[in-house]
Design a protein around this ligand. Sequence first.
Ligand code: PLP
Length: 397
Amino acid sequence: MNNLPNENRSIYLDASATTPLSNEVLDTMINVYRTGWGNPSSIHKHGTIAAEILENSRWSIAKSLGADPSNIIFTSGATESINIGLLGLTELEKPARIVVSSVEHEAVINTALTLRKKGWEIAFWPVDRKGLINLEYIDELLSPPTRVVSIISAQNEIGTIQPINIISNECLNRNVIFHTDSTQYLSQALLNLEELAQLAVSASAHKLQGPKGTGILIIKDDLRKQMRPIIDGGSQEFGIRPGTEAVAQVAGMAKAISILYSNRNKPLNRLNKVHQLTMNLKTKLEEIPGLRFTGDPTNRLKNHISMLVGTNDGIPVSGRQVVRELAAHGLSASSGSACSSGKNQRSRILKAINTPPEWQYSGLRFSLGPWLEQEDINIVPDILNKAIIRVAERDEN
Ligand code: PLP
């Protein structure tokens, strides 16, 4: 498997949690650490070299995504972008209502809960069994007192892609602030700001073979001017995200995004390869009677398979136990989102899509990346089948 050290000869099927740095990204970052280590705010030679790398990165990301460079704020990742976006935008507003989908990542849910402590009301936009927000609620949920709406572009646990273009347009027409968490969506090169009437978008670099600890908040100039920073400091990043920028990480992120976007329309690109592998794996998994697939079968991330695991006679088994068994046999997967997979609790997302309670512990996610080959994929169904049997046998004893 490319880019993964030899001692980890596992089959890595957890791209939605994180991805290995691509070699080109690593080379870019090493080069910046060696030659562009200055503080981009310094006015001498070293500073201007770093500032140029930073601005070229901003320009390159903007070009890939169809955004204006002045709308891109560098952050430490999606969690920070979401906090800055939702808290910074509401700082000067009178408390009103924030609407979030019931399948948001913790970063959005917990930021909304912080707003609640400041007097905001939270409304949860219900989803159907595929995890899609129900558009019948548009009028009700986008009317006053709603002031902010945050809808995840693509769900990390079940892969469902939301109709964010429709919602962002509706929000724009009604003068409601729209934010979307595009962390997973960007990783599949789906984010195109020329098509999206976006107001604010958050994402991380490490889901697309870029470095951890860096991300973007994209926000229109006019809206940015209504924001307040949520931490105090200098005037970096338009005064919205103070602190010296992580220039090498940002350059690595720009490289990762440019690799992803530059050949996305070519037939033999990395995304198509991963999509093909994902379809091949799904076809094989469909032969295992104990699996029930979750999420929307068509509006979904193309590298993502999510399912409930059970025995062939329909008894649910613990997704977390299956993940442990898979790990013991060299296969890295996840039972939910990376942030919650350490906890033995029912999945909040499976609950939101109306999964029967006894199946809410049974989520399993395979998310693929370009480091995989067909021979890696071929052995996955058999390993999974045996893992389920072993977990079920242990449960019986
Ligand atoms: N939003 C989604 C949909 C995610 O999948 C993640 C990462 O798991 C995040 C936000 C948070 O990203 P980070 O941990 O890089 O801040």
